[in-house]
Design a protein around this ligand. Structure first.
Ligand code: 5GP
Length: 198
């Protein structure tokens, strides 16, 4: 999606070979009109999949997920990052390693907000090693629901997330695919996804 690539070129900051900062329009300050456009694009891409709920992982996926849910006319559910196991109540939990923090958390979903007939679209801001998305997929499968697609704003294609998710059988749609990062350098894959090696 050219719109997001252009915005990353303009306002993104490559900190090093692995971390991209987009705090001025996604992660810290949020450009609401831009999130609406991204949400509409996700809704169009996943139209026809019979999506009943949009899931995201707190916190940076919430803005685009809410917009996608609005355009699909379905609820959005926020998967919570808890520091410890919740022992009471009917919850699904799974342990996930955080890419940016290097620590782990219990991804948590109250059973009230998912049913076995749900067809879920998962939206997240970044795809790195796929830990967060695989964790969300485990919760959805624990509930007996189906994960119909995964929508990502920024995929770092040089990390293993996409191949892990595709090997597990999930359909991944990324609005921007970053081929390479270095301090001050951001390169994208061409739209057909082939890596030119430039
Ligand atoms: P994964 O679980 O795929 O390994 O990592 C994805 C999660 O880590 C995302 O939910 C995102 O919050 C965070 N993340 C991964 N890479 C980056 C990055 O380059 N920049 C930012 N801001 N967050 C990232």
């Amino acid at each position: 999606m050219r719109l997001l690539e252009e915005r990353i070129r303009k306002d993104g900051e490559a900190v090093n070979e692995t971390v991209l900062k987009v705090g001025s329009f996604i992660n810290h300050q949020v450009d609401s009109a831009f999130m609406d456009a991204l949400g509409r694009d996700f809704a169009q891409h996943f139209a026809g999949k019979g999506i009943t709920k949009v899931f995201t992982i707190e916190s940076s996926g919430i803005a685009p997920a809410l917009m996608a849910a609005k355009h699909l006319n379905v609820p959005m559910v926020i998967l919570k990052k808890q520091t410890s196991k919740i022992l009471e109540g009917n919850v699904y939990q799974t342990r996930v390693m955080s890419f940016t923090k290097g620590t782990s958390y219990e991804l948590t979903l109250f059973a009230d907000y998912i049913g076995k007939d749900d067809r879920v679209l998962l939206i997240d801001d970044f795809l790195a090693n796929g830990e967060a998305a695989m964790g969300a997929a485990r919760l959805i499968s624990q509930a007996g629901a189906s994960l119909e697609g995964i929508g990502i704003l920024i995929e770092k294609s040089f990390q293993k997330g996409r191949s892990r998710l595709e090997e597990a059988g999930y359909h991944v749609y990324s609005q921007a695919r970053v081929a390479r990062l270095a301090e001050g350098v951001i390169e994208f894959l061409p739209e057909d996804g082939t890596d030119t090696g430039e």
